[in-house]
Design a binder for this molecule. Structure first.
Ligand code: AMP
Length: 287
Protein backbone atom coordinates (compact mmCIF):
# COMPACT_ATOMS: atom_id res chain seq x y z
CA UNK A 1 0.00 0.00 0.00
CA UNK A 2 1.41 3.42 -0.84
CA UNK A 3 1.80 6.10 1.78
CA UNK A 4 -1.14 8.41 2.46
CA UNK A 5 -0.44 12.10 3.12
CA UNK A 6 -2.94 13.86 5.39
CA UNK A 7 -2.82 17.58 6.12
CA UNK A 8 -5.81 18.21 8.40
CA UNK A 9 -6.58 17.17 11.97
CA UNK A 10 -10.14 16.09 11.06
CA UNK A 11 -8.99 13.80 8.25
CA UNK A 12 -6.32 12.21 10.45
CA UNK A 13 -8.86 11.65 13.23
CA UNK A 14 -11.30 10.08 10.79
CA UNK A 15 -8.61 7.75 9.41
CA UNK A 16 -7.45 6.70 12.89
CA UNK A 17 -10.94 6.36 14.47
CA UNK A 18 -11.77 3.43 12.20
CA UNK A 19 -8.44 1.71 12.81
CA UNK A 20 -8.53 2.27 16.59
CA UNK A 21 -12.14 0.96 16.74
CA UNK A 22 -10.96 -2.17 14.89
CA UNK A 23 -8.38 -2.71 17.66
CA UNK A 24 -5.36 -1.87 15.53
CA UNK A 25 -2.24 -0.75 17.39
CA UNK A 26 -1.00 2.62 16.24
CA UNK A 27 2.69 3.57 16.17
CA UNK A 28 3.40 7.30 16.03
CA UNK A 29 6.68 9.05 15.12
CA UNK A 30 6.64 12.84 15.50
CA UNK A 31 9.36 14.67 13.53
CA UNK A 32 10.26 18.03 12.04
CA UNK A 33 11.13 16.42 8.70
CA UNK A 34 14.30 16.52 6.59
CA UNK A 35 14.36 12.86 7.48
CA UNK A 36 17.54 10.81 7.92
CA UNK A 37 18.53 7.37 9.21
CA UNK A 38 17.82 8.43 12.82
CA UNK A 39 14.17 9.14 11.96
CA UNK A 40 14.10 5.98 9.81
CA UNK A 41 15.15 3.85 12.79
CA UNK A 42 12.20 5.16 14.83
CA UNK A 43 9.83 4.45 11.94
CA UNK A 44 11.20 0.93 11.46
CA UNK A 45 10.75 0.20 15.14
CA UNK A 46 7.18 1.55 14.97
CA UNK A 47 6.57 -0.64 11.89
CA UNK A 48 7.80 -3.74 13.71
CA UNK A 49 5.65 -3.12 16.83
CA UNK A 50 2.32 -1.91 15.41
CA UNK A 51 -0.44 -2.42 12.85
CA UNK A 52 -0.51 1.14 11.53
CA UNK A 53 2.37 3.63 11.48
CA UNK A 54 1.75 7.37 11.49
CA UNK A 55 4.62 9.86 11.19
CA UNK A 56 4.19 13.60 11.46
CA UNK A 57 6.26 16.32 9.89
CA UNK A 58 5.75 19.68 11.51
CA UNK A 59 8.37 22.36 12.05
CA UNK A 60 6.84 23.69 15.23
CA UNK A 61 7.25 27.47 15.57
CA UNK A 62 6.51 27.31 19.32
CA UNK A 63 9.81 25.58 20.01
CA UNK A 64 12.03 28.10 18.18
CA UNK A 65 13.06 31.37 19.82
CA UNK A 66 12.93 34.53 17.69
CA UNK A 67 16.70 34.39 17.01
CA UNK A 68 16.74 30.67 16.08
CA UNK A 69 16.61 28.89 12.73
CA UNK A 70 12.83 28.43 12.17
CA UNK A 71 12.80 30.08 8.74
CA UNK A 72 15.83 28.27 7.39
CA UNK A 73 15.21 24.92 9.10
CA UNK A 74 15.87 22.46 6.23
CA UNK A 75 12.81 21.06 4.46
CA UNK A 76 12.35 18.49 1.66
CA UNK A 77 8.89 16.98 1.67
CA UNK A 78 9.35 14.90 -1.50
CA UNK A 79 12.48 13.18 -0.11
CA UNK A 80 10.77 12.77 3.29
CA UNK A 81 7.79 11.10 1.67
CA UNK A 82 9.95 8.57 -0.18
CA UNK A 83 12.03 7.75 2.93
CA UNK A 84 8.87 7.31 5.01
CA UNK A 85 7.29 5.12 2.34
CA UNK A 86 10.45 3.01 2.04
CA UNK A 87 10.48 2.21 5.77
CA UNK A 88 6.80 1.32 5.85
CA UNK A 89 5.03 4.41 7.22
CA UNK A 90 1.31 4.20 6.35
CA UNK A 91 0.23 7.77 7.04
CA UNK A 92 2.27 10.96 6.86
CA UNK A 93 0.63 13.80 8.77
CA UNK A 94 1.88 17.13 7.42
CA UNK A 95 -0.23 19.92 8.92
CA UNK A 96 0.35 23.59 8.17
CA UNK A 97 1.04 26.00 11.02
CA UNK A 98 -2.48 27.42 10.57
CA UNK A 99 -3.93 23.91 10.88
CA UNK A 100 -2.07 23.24 14.13
CA UNK A 101 -2.50 26.73 15.56
CA UNK A 102 -5.64 28.32 14.05
CA UNK A 103 -5.39 30.96 16.78
CA UNK A 104 -2.68 31.84 19.26
CA UNK A 105 -2.35 29.07 21.86
CA UNK A 106 -3.74 30.05 25.27
CA UNK A 107 -2.48 26.77 26.74
CA UNK A 108 1.14 25.84 27.38
CA UNK A 109 2.47 22.58 28.81
CA UNK A 110 5.61 22.96 30.92
CA UNK A 111 7.73 20.56 32.95
CA UNK A 112 9.97 23.08 34.72
CA UNK A 113 11.83 20.65 36.98
CA UNK A 114 13.27 18.80 33.98
CA UNK A 115 13.30 21.64 31.46
CA UNK A 116 15.15 24.46 33.19
CA UNK A 117 18.71 23.12 32.84
CA UNK A 118 21.02 22.16 29.97
CA UNK A 119 19.14 22.66 26.69
CA UNK A 120 16.56 24.69 28.62
CA UNK A 121 19.19 27.07 30.02
CA UNK A 122 20.35 28.04 26.53
CA UNK A 123 16.89 27.76 24.94
CA UNK A 124 14.48 28.92 27.70
CA UNK A 125 11.25 28.62 25.68
CA UNK A 126 12.19 25.48 23.74
CA UNK A 127 10.81 22.70 25.92
CA UNK A 128 7.49 24.43 26.59
CA UNK A 129 7.07 24.53 22.79
CA UNK A 130 8.02 20.86 22.48
CA UNK A 131 5.84 19.72 25.41
CA UNK A 132 2.86 21.69 24.10
CA UNK A 133 3.05 20.43 20.51
CA UNK A 134 3.69 16.82 21.58
CA UNK A 135 0.72 16.93 23.98
CA UNK A 136 -1.40 18.35 21.16
CA UNK A 137 -0.20 15.68 18.70
CA UNK A 138 -0.99 12.97 21.29
CA UNK A 139 -4.48 14.48 21.59
CA UNK A 140 -4.90 14.31 17.83
CA UNK A 141 -3.47 10.80 17.33
CA UNK A 142 -5.05 9.28 20.45
CA UNK A 143 -3.90 6.11 22.22
CA UNK A 144 -0.71 4.90 20.59
CA UNK A 145 2.91 3.95 21.05
CA UNK A 146 5.07 6.99 20.35
CA UNK A 147 8.72 6.71 19.33
CA UNK A 148 11.38 9.25 20.28
CA UNK A 149 15.15 9.24 19.88
CA UNK A 150 17.59 9.27 22.80
CA UNK A 151 19.44 11.80 20.64
CA UNK A 152 17.23 14.39 22.37
CA UNK A 153 17.64 12.79 25.78
CA UNK A 154 16.31 15.68 27.87
CA UNK A 155 13.29 15.95 25.55
CA UNK A 156 12.61 12.21 25.96
CA UNK A 157 12.69 12.55 29.77
CA UNK A 158 10.30 15.50 29.63
CA UNK A 159 7.86 13.67 27.36
CA UNK A 160 7.91 10.53 29.53
CA UNK A 161 7.19 12.69 32.56
CA UNK A 162 4.34 14.70 31.05
CA UNK A 163 2.67 11.52 29.76
CA UNK A 164 2.83 10.05 33.26
CA UNK A 165 1.76 13.23 35.07
CA UNK A 166 -1.19 13.89 32.74
CA UNK A 167 -2.22 10.20 32.38
CA UNK A 168 -1.99 10.44 28.61
CA UNK A 169 -2.77 7.02 27.07
CA UNK A 170 0.48 6.86 25.12
CA UNK A 171 3.35 4.43 25.60
CA UNK A 172 6.59 6.31 25.05
CA UNK A 173 9.36 4.24 23.44
CA UNK A 174 12.94 5.59 23.53
CA UNK A 175 15.20 4.54 20.65
CA UNK A 176 19.03 4.53 20.40
CA UNK A 177 21.03 7.26 18.68
CA UNK A 178 21.94 6.57 15.04
CA UNK A 179 25.41 7.84 14.08
CA UNK A 180 27.59 8.38 11.05
CA UNK A 181 30.53 5.93 10.76
CA UNK A 182 32.83 8.52 12.40
CA UNK A 183 30.53 8.85 15.41
CA UNK A 184 28.68 12.07 14.56
CA UNK A 185 25.01 11.69 15.58
CA UNK A 186 22.68 12.02 12.59
CA UNK A 187 20.84 15.34 12.66
CA UNK A 188 18.86 17.39 10.17
CA UNK A 189 21.12 20.32 11.12
CA UNK A 190 24.31 18.51 10.00
CA UNK A 191 23.67 19.86 6.47
CA UNK A 192 24.69 23.30 7.72
CA UNK A 193 28.26 22.11 8.41
CA UNK A 194 30.98 23.19 5.97
CA UNK A 195 33.45 20.42 5.01
CA UNK A 196 35.98 21.64 7.61
CA UNK A 197 33.29 21.84 10.30
CA UNK A 198 32.03 18.38 9.34
CA UNK A 199 35.57 17.05 9.90
CA UNK A 200 35.62 18.70 13.33
CA UNK A 201 32.11 17.55 14.36
CA UNK A 202 33.00 14.04 15.69
CA UNK A 203 34.60 15.93 18.61
CA UNK A 204 31.25 15.49 20.41
CA UNK A 205 31.58 11.68 20.20
CA UNK A 206 35.23 11.90 21.31
CA UNK A 207 34.25 14.01 24.33
CA UNK A 208 31.58 11.47 25.30
CA UNK A 209 34.11 8.64 24.91
CA UNK A 210 36.54 10.51 27.15
CA UNK A 211 33.87 10.92 29.84
CA UNK A 212 32.82 7.27 29.59
CA UNK A 213 36.45 6.18 29.79
CA UNK A 214 37.08 8.26 32.94
CA UNK A 215 34.03 6.70 34.58
CA UNK A 216 35.08 3.20 33.51
CA UNK A 217 38.46 3.87 35.13
CA UNK A 218 36.68 4.63 38.39
CA UNK A 219 36.20 8.41 38.35
CA UNK A 220 33.07 9.26 40.36
CA UNK A 221 33.46 13.03 40.67
CA UNK A 222 31.09 14.55 38.07
CA UNK A 223 33.06 17.82 37.93
CA UNK A 224 36.24 15.99 36.89
CA UNK A 225 34.39 13.98 34.24
CA UNK A 226 32.86 17.19 32.84
CA UNK A 227 36.25 18.90 32.91
CA UNK A 228 37.82 16.04 30.92
CA UNK A 229 35.01 16.20 28.35
CA UNK A 230 35.30 19.99 28.06
CA UNK A 231 39.07 19.68 27.48
CA UNK A 232 38.43 17.43 24.45
CA UNK A 233 36.10 20.06 22.96
CA UNK A 234 38.52 22.90 23.78
CA UNK A 235 41.23 21.14 21.75
CA UNK A 236 39.13 21.47 18.59
CA UNK A 237 39.48 25.06 17.30
CA UNK A 238 36.19 25.06 15.33
CA UNK A 239 34.16 23.85 18.31
CA UNK A 240 32.66 26.15 20.94
CA UNK A 241 31.29 24.43 24.00
CA UNK A 242 27.83 25.43 25.23
CA UNK A 243 27.55 22.92 28.11
CA UNK A 244 28.73 19.52 29.30
CA UNK A 245 26.79 17.51 31.84
CA UNK A 246 27.50 14.35 33.82
CA UNK A 247 24.12 13.73 35.39
CA UNK A 248 21.79 11.31 37.07
CA UNK A 249 19.65 10.10 34.14
CA UNK A 250 16.39 10.25 36.07
CA UNK A 251 16.68 13.68 37.75
CA UNK A 252 18.92 15.32 35.10
CA UNK A 253 20.84 16.86 38.02
CA UNK A 254 24.58 16.65 38.65
CA UNK A 255 24.83 14.34 41.69
CA UNK A 256 27.51 14.76 44.38
CA UNK A 257 28.94 11.40 43.24
CA UNK A 258 28.24 9.52 40.02
CA UNK A 259 26.26 6.38 40.65
CA UNK A 260 23.59 4.20 39.07
CA UNK A 261 22.31 5.34 35.68
CA UNK A 262 24.51 8.20 34.49
CA UNK A 263 24.05 10.27 31.34
CA UNK A 264 26.76 12.35 29.74
CA UNK A 265 25.43 15.16 27.55
CA UNK A 266 26.92 18.09 25.69
CA UNK A 267 26.04 20.87 23.27
CA UNK A 268 28.66 22.39 20.99
CA UNK A 269 28.43 25.12 18.41
CA UNK A 270 30.42 24.35 15.25
CA UNK A 271 29.98 27.10 12.69
CA UNK A 272 26.28 27.78 12.18
CA UNK A 273 24.72 24.73 13.83
CA UNK A 274 24.61 23.93 17.49
CA UNK A 275 25.01 20.16 17.84
CA UNK A 276 23.93 18.01 20.78
CA UNK A 277 24.86 14.48 21.75
CA UNK A 278 24.76 12.17 24.76
CA UNK A 279 25.52 8.67 25.95
CA UNK A 280 24.77 6.60 29.03
CA UNK A 281 26.60 4.33 31.42
CA UNK A 282 25.39 2.35 34.40
CA UNK A 283 27.61 2.26 37.45
CA UNK A 284 26.89 -0.89 39.43
CA UNK A 285 26.75 -0.41 43.19
CA UNK A 286 29.66 -2.15 44.93
CA UNK A 287 28.48 -5.28 46.83
P1 AMP B 1 13.52 16.05 14.88
O1 AMP B 1 12.99 15.89 13.49
O2 AMP B 1 14.92 16.52 14.95
O3 AMP B 1 12.56 16.80 15.78
O4 AMP B 1 13.56 14.58 15.47
C1 AMP B 1 12.42 13.75 15.48
C2 AMP B 1 12.71 12.52 16.31
O5 AMP B 1 13.81 11.82 15.74
C3 AMP B 1 13.08 12.84 17.76
O6 AMP B 1 12.48 11.88 18.60
C4 AMP B 1 14.57 12.72 17.74
O7 AMP B 1 15.12 12.39 19.00
C5 AMP B 1 14.76 11.58 16.76
N1 AMP B 1 16.12 11.60 16.21
C6 AMP B 1 16.76 12.65 15.62
N2 AMP B 1 18.02 12.32 15.31
C7 AMP B 1 18.21 11.04 15.72
C8 AMP B 1 19.30 10.13 15.69
N3 AMP B 1 20.48 10.47 15.19
N4 AMP B 1 19.11 8.89 16.22
C9 AMP B 1 17.93 8.54 16.75
N5 AMP B 1 16.86 9.34 16.81
C10 AMP B 1 16.98 10.57 16.30
Amino acid sequence: MSIETITTVDELRAALDTRQAAGDRIGFVPTMGFLHDGHASLMQRARADNDLVVASIFVNPLQFAADEDLDDYPRDLAADRSLAERVGVDVLFVPSTAEMYPRPMATTVTVPDLASRWEGATRPTHFAGVATVVTKLFGIVGPCRAYFGEKDFQQLCIIRRLVEDLSIPVEVVGCPIIREPDGLARSSRNVYLTPAERTAAPVLRRALDEGLERISQGERNPALVMEAMAAVVAAEPLAHLDYVAAIDASTLEVPPQLNGTVRLMLAVKIGRPRLIDNDGITIEAKP
